[in-house]
Structure formats: structure tokens, C-alpha cells
Design a protein around this ligand. Structure first.
Ligand code: ZN
Length: 507
């Protein structure tokens, strides 16, 4: 554990004073709020240098929303992202309200915005948002939105900066695309819609990878719906005439005969800066403790003991989770963390730290979808990908899972059983996400706290970290011992789930 902390300090010094200042600013408690929160000076870097992710989820009788928001060090870029996300959410809530008032909302509507991060160059990322919306009917709707950011300069990168859209033969790119579509077996193309999009590069949803430029089209956007969303990659060598020189160099499309000193500089550049995210991961792999160090071993509990299991969902969060770890440590307590695959991807070091501190890691799916809206294949992916990610990053295999919003159906039970995951909900809801207030959180916990119960918190809210010391102090005073979910399950002789549930099960 010390070595990891040490490593964090090393990373901290690597990333410099600016990061430290930001961290100090973030760790400061809100003005005017009396807290007994645990402040920590450990700073967990994101795997994507300069880019963080924040997850927010809400639910009511009528809807559920889950949004992954990228956060950069540039206020201007953040405002742009925030404005777009807010617009998506408001439009969704308005639609839900309309359906509700006309009496035609017959499901719990769902909005899920996922972030796919593709590095472009050093501190430059394509942010591809996958928006899933479910308002009833057989299928949900998926749409895509892309932004390309340079987090170092705090600016967005537009397609016009990469391609010379004024090139006399630029319209040829349209023909290239049509050929690529036909090659992929898509022949029922809506020619007019495709022309409109191709003539307006600012409307493109685009990303790049090592091979080329990928254009993304929503379902029904340029072809019959049976094709689903369409992704076409135009290889760089086919479009190199339109690529501006700076970017030709990035993708090594120009043949240069560098002088010796340039060659050397280039080599040094590659070995230090360009592969930074990979380097962090590599470093982690090299320094990974042997698996037996973090193998989670449930303790055997006494039949007549007084136990309570604290659970923390939707993390790990670089600022909140470390505070919660410190509080748990000060009570010598074990808890269970239901982690999201996307968060583990961004904060591998922190995910390892949670496990090294002796806590149980549970599977909370990859993207926090309402699982009852997924088909079997999607469901398997959401759970299996998360288990694989936890295995690869942390080196343990989760044995329990918590469905997002606590909502599941028979298909979820079947798939979870196949994947050796026990479904675990909760019996005490702190409603921390709703109140985000220390007093209210305490009140909700003690309203329902009892022997053998499972308490739901989220390690993504400051109020949760602030409330935890007082909550644990009182629970301890009442004679509770803090245990993990698996320890409770073992005591309850492996019940597949422990009730009563605060969410309904969809049959
Ligand atoms: Zn959740």
C-alpha cells in the first residue's frame, strides 16, 4: 500500500505544481459548510493526461439518466461540453414530460450518455459521445456526437483544421465515401442526405485512428434503418491530398529525410512524451503487486453478530474515493465498491488502491445502462467487459454485481448467473445523490439501519465523504461491525440477492 502511495507522489511531482494547485483547490471544503471530512493529499491521475471524467446519475418514477462528462483544465472547453450535455438532458426531460402529460409514457424512460475517448496525439483527444435514449417501444435510439479537444491549449480542433476543405477536388471525398459504403454492403443510401452532410464538414461526426479518418452516421441518417449506425474509415493514404501538412506529419504521411540531429530529437520526443498514457499503464503493470496480495478473502462472520455492509457505487472518483478510503481505514472497516468499467478505465491506480486497502470490488457494469432495456448480447457485454477490465486492471474477479438503479429482470438474473455474478441490491438507501446533504444522508441511513442490512452510497459526491465519519461513528456506537457484501452473503448462505429492495424488479 505504501508503495502505491509513494508512486502517487512520484506521479504528482511529475505532473507538476499546476496539478497540485488544482488538487488543493478541489480538496478545499465548500465555504460555509461545516464538515468533518477527511482531506487527503493523494492525487490520482487520470489515465488520459489532462482529461478527467465525471459520472452523474439521476432517477425518478418516470425516468433514469446517466451521463459521463469529460472535464478538461480549460474552462472554455468545459463550458462547451457542459452546454451540449445540458441541452441533451433538458430535451429528454421535456420529451418525458410531454409523454407523461399526454398519458402515453408506459415505461421508465432512459437517457444514457457514454464517453468514448480516443487519443489523437499528445494531450489531444477525440471525445465521442454515444447517446442512448429509450422512451418505450421495442428499441432505444442511439446517436453520436464528436468533439476533438487539445487539452494543453484548451481549444477544440475542427475538421477544417485537419482537412483542406477548400481544395479544388475536395468533393471527391464524397465519392470515396460512397465507394466505401458500397464495399461495406450498404447500398440503400439516401443520396440527398449524404450530399448535404458531405458538403458541410462542420456537421461531420468524426474521429481518427492509426488507419484513417472515420465518419460516423446515426441510424437513418444516410441509409435505411436496417443498417443501424454506420461507421466508415477513409484510409489516410486515400485522402492525403486534402490533409494539411501539420497533420500529415502527425500521421507520418510525408516522406522526410531528417537530419541526424532532428532524428535524434524525434526519438527522444517519442520516448518521453507521445506515449504518456501507455507509459502509465506499463508502469502500473510492471509495479503490480503479486495477485495474492489483493486477493479478496471474506472473513467468516459469527451467527449472532451485529453486522452492516456499506457499499459505494459509480466510482472510483479521483477526489471522493480517496477520502472515503481514509475514513474506512480510520474505523478499520471493510466495505464494497461497485465500480463502473468506464471509471476503472480512467483511474486504474485508484481502483487498485481500493482493492489493496482490503475492500471488495463489485461489478456495476460498463456504462450504467438500465439493464431491462438491453438485449441479451448487450447485457452480456456490459457485465463481461467490466469483469474483464477489473481482472486486467486490479487482478481480482468480482463475484457480485449491482444493476444500475437497482433495476433488473429475469434476463438479467439469467445472464448474471451464467457469468457467476450474484445480484446484490441494497436494503438501506442513503439517497445521497438526491440530497447531497450531510444531515439528510445521516437521517436516511438511520431510518432503516438494522442487522444484516446493505447500505447504498455513491463515492462520487462530496456530501457522502463528509457524512461518512459521523454515520460510521454512530453505527459503531450502536454495536455494528462493518463487513463486505460477500461476507454477509456467506452468512446468509449465498442468497442470490438480499432484500428488501428499494427498487422494483421488472418481470
Ligand atoms: Zn449506479
Amino acid at each position: 500500500m505504501m508503495s502505491l502511495k509513494m508512486k502517487s507522489y512520484v506521479l504528482l511531482s511529475l505532473f507538476g505544481i499546476l496539478t497540485l494547485l488544482i488538487a488543493i483547490h478541489q480538496f478545499s471544503p465548500s465555504i460555509g459548510v461545516a464538515t468533518n471530512s477527511v482531506q487527503t493529499d493523494i492525487n490520482y491521475e487520470s489515465r488520459y493526461a489532462g482529461l478527467d471524467i465525471e459520472f452523474v446519475s439521476k432517477h425518478s418514477e418516470d425516468y433514469t439518466t446517466s451521463i459521463s462528462k469529460p472535464v478538461t483544465s480549460s474552462q472554455k472547453v468545459n463550458e462547451k461540453i457542459e452546454a451540449w450535455l445540458t441541452e441533451q438532458e433538458e430535451q429528454f426531460l421535456e420529451d418525458v414530460h410531454k409523454l407523461k402529460s399526454s398519458g402515453t409514457l408506459d415505461v421508465q424512460a432512459n437517457l444514457n450518455i457514454q464517453l468514448e475517448t480516443n487519443p489523437l496525439a499528445e494531450q489531444q483527444y477525440h471525445l465521442l459521445f454515444h447517446v442512448y435514449q429509450f422512451m418505450g417501444g421495442a428499441n432505444g435510439q442511439e446517436s453520436l456526437h464528436s468533439l476533438t479537444v487539445d487539452v494543453a491549449s484548451g481549444k477544440l480542433i475542427t475538421i477544417e483544421q485537419i482537412l483542406d476543405t477548400n481544395h479544388v477536388q475536395f468533393t471527391d471525398i464524397h465519392t470515396l465515401l460512397v465507394n466505401a459504403l458500397i464495399e461495406e454492403g450498404i447500398d440503400d443510401i439516401y443520396q440527398e442526405e449524404l450530399s448535404t452532410t458531405m458538403n458541410n464538414p462542420s456537421l461531420w461526426t468524426w474521429t481518427t485512428n492509426e488507419e484513417g479518418l472515420t465518419l460516423h452516421f446515426d441510424e437513418y441518417e444516410i441509409a435505411a434503418g436496417s443498417n443501424g449506425p454506420i461507421h466508415v474509415t477513409l484510409p489516410f493514404d486515400e485522402i492525403s491530398d486534402y490533409i494539411k501538412d501539420d497533420w500529415k506529419r502527425v500521421w507520418e504521411l510525408v516522406e522526410e529525410t531528417p537530419t541526424e540531429s532532428e532524428e535524434q530529437a524525434e526519438d527522444e520526443h517519442h520516448s518521453t512524451d507521445v506515449h504518456e498514457p501507455d507509459q502509465i499503464i506499463k508502469e502500473k503493470e510492471e509495479q503490480d503487486p503479486p495477485q495474492e496480495d489483493i486477493l479478496f478473502e471474506p472473513n467468516q462472520l459469527e451467527k449472532d453478530g451485529k453486522y452492516i455492509a456499506l457499499t459505494f457505487d459509480d466510482g472510483p472518483h479521483p477526489r471522493i474515493t480517496p477520502q472515503i478510503l481514509e475514513t474506512l481505514e480510520s474505523f478499520d472497516a471493510r466495505a464494497t465498491f461497485y465500480m463502473l468499467g468506464t471509471q476503472v478505465d480512467f483511474y486504474p491506480e485508484l481502483a487498485i488502491e481500493v482493492a489493496l486497502s482490503g475492500h471488495e470490488i463489485g461489478n456495476h457494469t460498463m456504462n450504467h445502462m438500465n439493464m431491462t432495456t438491453l438485449n441479451r448480447e448487450q447485457l452480456v457485454r456490459e457485465l463481461a467487459d467490466t469483469t474483464s477490465m477489473i481482472e486486467e486492471v486490479i487482478g481480482i474477479t468480482p463475484t457480485t454485481m449491482r444493476p444500475p438503479y437497482g433495476i433488473y429482470n429475469q434476463q438479467v438474473v439469467d445472464v448474471s448467473t451464467e457469468l457467476n455474478l450474484a445480484i446484490v441490491n441494497w436494503s438501506v438507501d442513503s439517497e445521497d445523490w438526491r440530497s447531497r446533504e450531510v444531515g439528510a444522508i445521516k437521517e436516511m441511513v438511520f431510518k432503516d439501519a438494522a442487522n444484516g442490512r446493505i447500505v447504498l452510497f455513491h463515492d462520487i459526491h462530496q456530501a457522502t465523504a463528509d457524512a461518512l465519519p459521523a454515520v460510521m461513528e454512530q453505527l459503531q456506537a450502536e454495536g455494528y461491525q462493518f463487513v463486505t457484501v460477500s461476507e454477509l452473503l456467506e452468512l446468509e448462505q449465498s442468497n442470490l440477492d438480499i432484500g428488501p429492495h428499494s427498487r422494483r424488479v421488472i418481470e
